[in-house]
Design a protein around this ligand. Structure first.
Ligand SMILES: [Zn+2]
Length: 423
């Protein structure tokens, strides 16, 4: 059982968790859980990600076998000339005991977050999503009965499904891109009884994702030399770094932080652009010119966050700097080829963002940046979309409201209020 308090990385103030995502002193930093348990413990009585419950930002556990699954690559690794390639698969692949039925690592965030919400507040969480996060929260809501409000761009509505009928989800479709879904979500959060889920600022999400690093270390026996992931907000990179620090403090798994190797999808690469320029700040005109157009051209739309937690204390820039990290940028064509190559050698279909990550690894190996005998952890953040259809009937979540150019958010809030009152 996880016992913890939250600490601000800037002023070091500690605060008990009341679904608190901001420092009470107003600092610009990501609150970090300080766990009572200082050693890395695997609770074998639980399954999936809740084996790591001592380092999850909620007190109780959820009955689930969903979790990340790490294995040593017997095919892709040797094919690329890598002797120690480990793949952490966060998706659906029952032959490898990978049971994230929504096929995305976002389920690792949604499970502890919904548990944290249950323990800390009666308010209903609002999740703004480009697709995968919304699906993960919808699925967890369907099984737990904990209600959630989700805003997504209209173009992403097909990606919101569950494997169980539910009336616990209020889905709002928004004309425009991910940023418009976020803006609409912020307006809805002005309603009494509705709070923002928190995104990267929500420590339950980060530590949920950080279980990828914990699962990998439980298999490898030590920290890897490199951690590869494709990033939209970069929260997965931050999470890997935060967990690695806890593992180093434990003392049994090595003394060197894994170097983060994070990638984005051309033409939308704000963090790659800023980091290569050595800047902590993202300058919109320089790093993401014509953003509206660029976000529509990538093969992995989940990687298009215009306001990533990059500059914030404890954010992506700090994580990359502390780990001597690297970033690269991948074209749609490179991602597509890499995804097909992965499927051919490892035998499972990938989320487009995971294909970007595979291409990033291939590029880094070609450039001689990662040594062939180093231990490399490749986090496949989604996959198994074809596989899951063999086992489950996927039920689309019907939108409860739509926000177009004409509709006002106020009108939608009235509908949401009626849904809340009827519960
Ligand atoms: Zn503070």
């Amino acid at each position: 059982m996880g016992e913890y308090i939250l600490q601000c990385p800037v002023c070091k103030a500690t605060v008990p968790d009341q679904y608190t995502n901001e420092c009470p002193n107003g600092c610009f930093g990501l609150l970090q859980p300080q766990y009572q348990e200082k050693r890395f413990v695997i609770q074998k009585k639980h399954a999936g990600m809740f084996r790591f419950t001592d380092w999850l930002c909620c007190h109780g556990t959820v009955l689930t076998d969903a979790g990340p699954v790490t294995y040593r690559s017997e095919n892709l690794g040797p094919e690329l000339g890598l002797s120690n390639l480990y793949i952490c698969f966060s998706g659906y692949w029952p032959e490898r005991q990978a049971n994230l039925v929504t096929c995305s690592f976002k389920e690792l965030e949604a499970l502890p977050t919904m548990q944290r919400r249950l323990e800390c507040t009666n308010s209903i969480l609002l999740v703004a999503s480009a697709g995968n996060t919304g699906r993960a929260f919808a699925q967890v809501s369907a099984y737990s009965g904990i209600p959630v409000i989700i805003t997504v761009p209209s173009s992403a509505v097909a990606s919101i499904w569950t494997t169980k009928e539910t009336d616990n989800v209020f889905l709002v479709t928004v004309d425009g891109d991910y940023s418009d879904a976020i803006a609409a979500g912020n307006r809805i959060c002005e309603m009494e009884g509705v709070i923002p889920e928190g995104g990267a600022k929500n420590p339950a999400r980060r530590d949920g994702m950080g279980t990828a690093m914990l699962d990998a270390v439980s298999v490898i026996g030590s920290l890897p030399d490199w951690y590869f992931q494709a990033v939209g907000s970069g929260t997965g990179g931050i999470a890997a770094w935060e967990m690695a620090q806890r593992l180093i403090r434990d003392g049994r798994f090595g003394t060197t932080l894994p170097r983060l190797y994070l990638s984005q999808n051309i033409p939308f690469i704000p963090m790659v652009s800023a980091y290569h320029a050595g800047r902590r700040e993202i300058i919109p005109d320089t790093d993401m010119p014509d953003a509206e157009n660029a976000t529509g051209k990538v093969s992995a739309p989940v990687l298009t966050n215009r306001n990533p937690p990059y500059s914030i204390c404890g954010g992506v820039f700090d994580a990359l700097s502390a780990t001597r990290g690297k970033m690269n940028a991948i074209t749609n064509d490179e991602a597509k080829k890499a995804g097909a190559y992965f499927t051919r050698h490892e035998g499972i279909d990938l989320d487009p963002a995971a294909a970007v990550c595979v291409a990033s690894l291939m590029q880094a190996v070609r450039a001689g940046e990662a040594d062939r005998d180093e231990t490399i952890l490749l986090h496949i953040t989604g996959g198994g979309y074809q596989r899951v259809r063999e086992d489950y009937h996927l039920l689309p979540v019907e939108p409860g409201a739509h926000i177009g150019k004409e509709e006002s958010v106020k009108q939608v809030c009235t509908q949401i209020r009626q849904w809340m009152d009827a519960r």
